[in-house]
Each structure stands twice: as C-alpha cells, then as structure tokens.
Design a protein around this ligand. Structure first.
Ligand SMILES: Nc1ncnc2c1ncn2[C@@H]1O[C@H](COP(=O)(O)OP(=O)(O)OP(=O)(O)O)[C@@H](O)[C@H]1O
Ligand SMILES: [Mg+2]
Length: 156
C-alpha cells in the first residue's frame, strides 16, 4: 500500500491541511512544533480507532477537546482523509478512506466513514463502506469486481 495524499481538518494543529502527490520516499522536515509528530500520529490515531475504538483513541490523546484544533466550536468535526494505492483484483487502484468524528451528548460520534474506489476505468468511485451517524453499509464480497452492482452483498 502506498499513501498518495493526506487531508486533515481540525486534527490538532492542522486546521485545514493537505499533502498531495506524496512520493515513495518522503522526508518530513520542520521546526519544533511545526507538526511532524502530529502528522505521523494520524496513523497512530487511526490504528487506535480500529484496534480499540474512537473513544479510546481520543482518550489516549487527552480527549476530544485536546485532539480537535484549538478554537474549534462544539459543532466542528475532526476529519481525516487518506488516499492510497493498492492492488485489488490484480489492478492497482486508488482508494480513498475518509473519517469524520464529532462530539455529541458527552461522547464521540462517527459522523461519516467512507471507503471508496473505482471498480472500473469508467464511472464514479464506488462506496464499499459508507456510514453516517452510526449506520450505513459495508460490501462483503468486494473482491467480486466483475459482478454487477446489484450482485454486491451489502451488510447493514
Ligand atoms: N488541539 C490542538 N490545536 C492546536 N494546536 C495543537 C493542538 N494540540 C497540539 N497542538 C500544537 O501542535 C504543536 C505540536 O506539534 P508537534 O509536536 O507535532 O511538532 P513537531 O514538529 O513534532 O515538533 P518537535 O520537533 O519539537 O518534535 C504544538 O505547538 C502544540 O501546541
Ligand atoms: Mg516531534
């Protein structure tokens, strides 16, 4: 898997930042406090979200208030979007993963989570995972690329 782009909104010191066209070998340089550790913690944060859960990933970093950029309001969300290339069914595809986390009634809420990539050279990207405020669908037989859309098995 090769990460090609990172977009961050309200993640610690990154209020609205993006890195695009990230090369295979990438060196991150910056003054103290520029955000190097924060940038790499994006991966640690996502790993903690998936290994444990979003609440624990936030707690480990001091809670939602510490992770969301200072100056944000209660309605703002933390947003992480990664684009990476990986071989799926023999084709090197550009995959987009997006997660948007907010705060509601004393706890974190996943406002949106999407995993999408193109099934064919033509057409718009297909959402293999699409959650909104705690409900949505995931495709179970995503390897069956040749099947028409109606044959894809959705799990709610
Ligand atoms: N929630 C937040 N909102 C805004 N800024 C934040 C938030 N949390 C941390 N910061 C700021 O982000 C900066 C920390 O950046 P980071 O530790 O990633 O820098 P660094 O480039 O790794 O520095 P060093 O070279 O010292 O290791 C600090 O200035 C800190 O005050
Ligand atoms: Mg550092």
């Amino acid at each position: 898997m090769r990460i090609e782009s990172i977009k961050l909104k309200n993640f610690k010191s990154f209020r609205d930042a993006s890195m695009e066209g990230i090369p295979g070998f990438c060196v991150v340089v910056g003054a103290n406090g520029a955000g190097k550790t924060t940038l790499f913690d994006v991966f640690g944060f996502l790993q903690d979200c998936l290994t444990y859960n979003v609440r624990q990933a936030l707690q480990k970093r001091g809670g939602f208030r510490e992770v969301i950029s200072r100056g944000c309001s209660a309605q703002d969300n933390i947003e992480i979007q990664l684009q990476f290339r990986m071989v799926l069914s023999g084709v090197n595809r550009l995959v987009t993963y997006l997660v948007r986390i907010g705060w509601e009634q004393g706890g974190p809420v996943v406002r949106r989570e999407i995993l999408r990539y193109k099934r064919a050279a033509r057409g718009s990207p297909y959402h293999f995972l699409d959650f909104r405020d705690g409900s949505g669908h995931a495709i179970k037989n995503e390897d069956d690329f040749d099947k028409p859309e109606t044959k894809l098995q959705r799990e709610l």
